[in-house]
Design a protein around this ligand. Structure first.
Ligand code: UTP
Length: 228
């Protein structure tokens, strides 16, 4: 199976703990050893937020902040590459083409951010679409798609399954509330909707959950089903 795994920065490197990155690399390598074709996308997490916060105080504009965020995602990408050793492409792919070429060579590409004004959620969806992935997995700190922001609303209920159209509606509603945390951003939801990629959003704090989701189809989270 061809699988793109999006690893949120807050699950890969919340505190730059080497063991955690090594555990993620082990999970990716075990899927690779099972014969799956893999692409990975890495987020910026708290380090990106810290840099963006400081630069905003210094008067940087939004595009400059995005560029800083992209740089941090690529730093996190280099951590994962270090842990994946010679199975990974040697540097974070800076374009979808570079990532696809790495897959064709037989390497595992690691992507960070690509262009300003989006997040790595959208990168993962676009890359999955570009390489014709069978499955897209978001390993995030939000364990699924909820009908409201679970950090704001105690009654928020998780969807076990939802259609891509429904995902777009739910994310649009959540994103209307300033400062709310959606499990994937709206651009990612729209790309998932148009491409019909089967997508799973799960709690990525334990990388083994990603392996179980891909290998056995077992996970706690939400599955986004392509529209009929
Ligand atoms: P993330 O993808 O990590 O943001 O990108 P996030 O989803 O808010 O955070 P986590 O990792 O899931 O917790 C960090 C920042 O990098 C810039 C944006 O500013 C984003 O907020 N970025 C990232 C881009 O501008 N373009 C990209 O393609 C990716």
């Amino acid at each position: 199976m061809k699988v793109v795994v999006s690893i949120g920065g807050s699950v890969l490197a919340p505190d730059l703990d080497a063991d955690r990155v090594a555990d993620y690399a082990d999970a990716i390598q075990s899927l690779d050893a099972q014969g799956h074709t893999l692409g990975t996308v890495v987020g910026g997490g708290p380090t990106a937020r810290d840099y963006i916060g400081s630069a905003r105080d210094l008067g940087a504009n939004e595009i400059e902040l995005d560029q800083l965020g992209i740089a941090v995602t690529r730093l996190n990408g280099r951590l994962l590459i270090a842990a994946l050793d010679d199975r990974a492409a040697p540097t974070p792919a800076e374009s979808y083409d570079e990532g696809r070429e790495a897959i064709r060579r037989g390497d595992i590409p690691v992507l960070g951010g690509i262009v300003a004004a989006q997040t790595t959620d959208a990168v993962a969806a676009a890359f999955a679409e570009y390489v014709g992935a069978d499955l897209l997995v978001y390993a995030t700190s939000v364990p699924g798609v909820y009908d409201a922001d679970p950090n704001e609303d105690d009654d928020a209920t998780r969807f076990d399954e939802l259609g891509a159209d429904e995902l777009v509606d739910v994310i649009a509603d959540i994103e209307m509330d300033a400062g709310s945390s959606a499990p994937v951003d709206l651009l990612a939801a729209k790309i998932i909707q148009r491409s019909g990629i089967r997508t799973i959003v799960l709690d990525g704090t334990d990388p083994e959950r990603v392996v179980r989701a891909v290998e056995d189809g077992e996970y706690e989270g939400s599955e986004i089903l392509p529209e009929a």
